[in-house]
Design a binder for this molecule. Structure first.
Ligand SMILES: [Zn+2]
Length: 403
């Protein structure tokens, strides 16, 4: 049971109760559609009249539509209710260190359009370019309404100020993205750390989350982010910085990180780490690989390609990364005991090779791992972009309990 915070609570009014019931009905329709009013009353335990009043309001607001007749053996045939996924659009923006992806999605998380742009080093210029791109996207994909803009960032968002405060891989310093974007576009902007957004997306749409209340998402890209859903809620910590496991030192003598520490988990297990391992092993035998400038532009995609081609040094670099990924996941499994750890990022494309190494390290080093499943997300489903859509969706479908 959640402890009531006596310094920060709202007394339940009838309006609050109506709001909560509306959320419950909307969620039941979303989950069990097509569903009849009788089915809703049965599943919610509410009076039929209450369910009818709420569904009428949802139909008036076009959140819900009445569809095909139900097929009962005899008697009156009930009309079934569906979520009106076409009603509104959501804009999703996944900001990464070099490239930013934009998408338009419907309320059922289907992508309708996608594009990308360079991220750049100047946040003011970025906001100006992003505003224009979003406005162009909305014009090209007309809808009844747009519900909001979900933005995931490779950094942490201060809960109180909603400014991005910790993003060593972006190098932007403290930035307010929310205010200028909301002013330019006129839509609410939901900001979240990318790993938190991915954890929410798994909770909302993941295939493995039936009954899962404790879920950890690990995003592996230029850095490593961790998002935690504990007891069904996003764990943010007092200021929003919870989850920075990527900057916990695993090797005190390891390479210097942009955060100032040495040997952080992400210095040993991110995409950049695998590229560094490969470059180090390759530079030992000069002349065997391409020129220095070719090495400088080498990316993680190249490592994955070389592994596929059977390159021994690239395979060794990937294995080393996988081993270190496992070492950090041991920390999560032993310390948090989640039902599920999901891994997000390009590395999941090589999960046939990486997964067994991670599992072996966790098996060897964690004594509580038995119940925790460690699964890759499907890169085809674009989990990071889905996360941005989930940020807006949770405003509509998330629980809104006061106390
Ligand atoms: Zn660090």
């Amino acid at each position: 049971m959640r402890k009531i915070d006596l310094d920060n609570f709202k007394v339940a009014r009838s309006e609050t109760a109506r709001h909560i019931n509306r959320h419950i009905v909307l969620n039941l329709i979303r989950k069990h559609q097509p569903i009849s009013r009788a089915g809703l009353a049965r599943r919610s335990g509410m009076q039929r009249s209450t369910v009818s009043a709420i569904t009428e309001q949802l139909i008036t607001e076009r959140w819900v539509i009445e569809g095909a007749f139900g097929n009962l053996p005899r008697g009156r045939k009930p009309l079934f209710l569906h979520l009106n996924a076409e009603r509104s659009g959501i804009i999703g923006v996944d900001v990464q260190a070099t490239t930013t992806k934009l998408a338009v999605a419907s309320m059922d998380m289907q992508f309708l359009a996608q594009e990308s742009m360079s991220t750049g080093s100047d946040p003011a210029d970025f906001v100006a370019r992003l505003s224009r791109r979003i406005q162009d996207l909305m014009r090209a994909n007309p809808k009844d309404s747009y519900e909001g803009i979900g933005i995931s960032l490779p950094g942490r968002i201060d809960v109180a100020s909603q400014r991005m405060v910790f993003a060593p891989n972006l190098g932007w310093g403290e930035v307010d993205l929310k205010t200028p974007l909301e002013q330019a576009i006129g839509l609410p902007v939901e900001l979240e750390n990318a790993a938190n957004a991915c954890a929410l997306a798994e909770l909302w749409s993941g295939r493995h989350t039936e009954g899962v209340r404790n879920l950890v998402a690990v995003t592996v890209s230029e850095g490593i982010g961790v998002g935690m859903i504990m007891n069904g809620q996003l764990a943010q910590g007092s200021t929003g910085l919870a989850g920075e496991f990527g900057h916990v030192t695993l090797a005190p003598d390891g390479p210097l990180c942009k955060c100032g520490n040495r040997g952080c988990w992400e210095m040993l297990a991110s995409n950049s780490a695998a590229v560094r391992f490969y470059a180090e092993s390759a530079s030992v035998r000069k002349g065997e690989i391409g020129s220095k400038s070719a090495m400088a532009t080498l990316g993680f995609e190249d490592i994955l390609r070389l592994v596929e081609q059977g390159d021994a040094k690239a395979s060794k670099a990937l294995d080393q990364m996988a081993h270190n990924l496992g070492k950090g996941i041991v920390m999560l499994v032993t310390g948090l005991s989640p039902d599920l750890v999901v891994v997000v990022g390009e590395v999941t494309r090589a999960w046939d090779r990486v997964g067994p190494i991670v599992a072996e390290v966790v098996k060897r080093q964690s004594f509580t791992h038995a119940a925790t499943r460690i699964l890759p997300t499907n890169p085809e489903e674009q989990p990071r972009l889905r996360g941005t859509i989930a940020l807006v969706l949770q405003k509509h479908f998330g629980a809104t309990f006061g106390a």
